[in-house]
Design a protein around this ligand. Sequence first.
Ligand code: ADP
Length: 703
Amino acid sequence: MSAPTPPPDSISFPGFPDSTPTGAEPAPPRWPWRRWRSAWRRWSLWTVLVVLVVSMLITLVWLAGRYEAVQVQDRLERDAANAVADVRAALNRNLQDLQALSAQSSDPQEWRARAAEVLQVRREILRIEWRDSRVRLQSYAETPYRPMQWEEGLRDDSQSHAQLTCANARRLNGPAYSPSYFQLLNEGLGSEMMEVCLPLSHSGRVDGFIIATYSLQSILVNQVSKNLAHSQEVSFTEPDGTRLALVGAAWRGTRVFTAQQILDLPGNMLVLRLDHWHRAPSVFPNVLTALVTTMSIALGTVLVILVRDNRRRLRAERDLGEALAFRKAMEDSLITGLRARDLKGRISYVNPAFCDMVGFSSEELLGLNFAPYWPPELSEEYHQRQLKRLAGKAPPSREGYESVFMRKDGTRFPVLIFEAPLISAQGRHTGWMSAFLDISEQRRMEELSRASQERLQATARLATVGEMASLLSHELTQPLMTIASYATGSLNMLGQHDSASDNPATLRQQLQDLRTAMQRIAHQAERAGRVIKSVRDFVRRRDQSRELVHASELVDAVLPLVRMQARKLGVRVITQLDNDLPPVLCDPTMIEQVLLNLARNGTQAMDGMETHPRELTLRVRQTTTSAHASWLEFSVIDCGSGIDEAVSDQLFTPFFTTREEGMGLGLSLCRTVIEQHGGTLRHSANLPRGTVFSFTLPAPPQN
Ligand code: ADP
């Protein structure tokens, strides 16, 4: 017996925890009684069927056996009747012969010769006597086949069989038979005998008798046994069953059939009995029984096969049910929306996740060949896309494409769609299967991450600004002091003018000096303004916008700030730009910040080192050119400390820094910015000393 399975209304799956809440009182099992009852009903039906079939088989075999027995009995009865008829016919024939014997001759010698002829032919007659009307022996003849000891005296006794039979014959006026009697034969054996007495009449008067003596055994041998089968035993009996003569095989079977027929002769009544036996009670008495039995066995076999098949079918049904329930449970718990369409574009299947996503029930969606979740403004575009897909012109989108769907309440949301042809089990293309992922949450997270990236970048810029504030003050000191000294000089000149002579040449000279001073002041003020503007531009957060910018413009924009820093540390800044560089597509502010960060890192790497030369190179060159795009490589090359292997692994990890005043955000932000532009940022050693930081930017092909 297999372990009890859970009831159908609480399907459990292998590997899945039971849904019964732990700690809760287990509900009393309702199902065993029901299960037991249905099992009992099923088994009782099978038992009844098996019992019916088995009893039918037994009845069939029994009936076939009985039929066979009746057949044998019938045949035996027929044989017995035939045998009696044969005996009767033979006796009548003999009577005719005897009659003829008396009619043809009256001379005893001649009669004897003729009687001997009859005895030659009729072997069952042992002796024929001719007697006169007073039953006295006239003549007689004996069979040549069996010598016998006749006691003539006894035969003439008035009470002898011959006398009594003839008396009977006279009375009947026709042939009469005697009762059977035992007569010793010559060989010391005996035999049952029977006399027949035929009265010889002449003109209505009995004037003699012919007496013939029969051996019952010989009658059986000569008249009956040759027509009967070997397996039969034939005998004469008295009506009370006493056996008188017997012919037949001595072999006896276990089953004996018996038939009896009365041989009613005038003056004697004998019973002819036939015994027929079978070798053994046979299970298959004849072809019919064998056929019936074979068919019954075949029926039984079919029944067994049916039972097995039924059991297998039940098992398969149960497995299928479990597999279906498992599939449904999987479909219901999927968070990916699934939708199938047939070749005409009609929706043939949607899973619960898809219904939840779009807010329509499956009844509202199934059978539609348009989609109510398409935003009206995009529905024409989507329709074209669907037509293309149905025409088989669109390749299956296994990588997925983005689209916008509309919920039932009208809100739009982005989805990622994967589509593949729906191939049936027979390998036929029956439609299209699509999987949908609601990516609104993903989009929201991306937006959040972008905003925090921007905030981080702003923070990093502010940090850079703070760092630069000291540099600024140093850088602005020079123009401001120059302005101040020119202003002082100018004021002095104006004070001298009051006391100066009115010499026009002197006056002209003074005005010229004053103009020069004012021009220098203006120039220095402009320079100070540029310094401040470059910092302000850098700090101010601008919207991300991509535009085509020449590499030289980017380098020029950061150069004053880079130089300012480099000058402080005694570093020479070199620029190397190839000629005829194509413009790159980028957000200039971001790329300027990257350049500034890398340049600052390079400059700082040379701080405090007695390296020679102390040079920072900004290099831009074109790397690859193809029909579709070319790339520019920006490199910042320093002759500083270089980067250890241990540091190299964590270089782009946010907040990793080896400098006391560093924030460790510069390089990670630089890499993010470059990757957002589709380029890559990497570094390598600058031999013999220092580091090269390079990044690439795309330069779109120019028509
Ligand atoms: P911060 O400059 O605030 O430290 P970064 O992310 O810009 O942050 O740099 C992280 C670290 O990388 C620096 O602290 C420094 O150790 C190392 N580094 C960056 N650029 C170079 C360079 N050109 N040469 C040597 N080390 C460098």
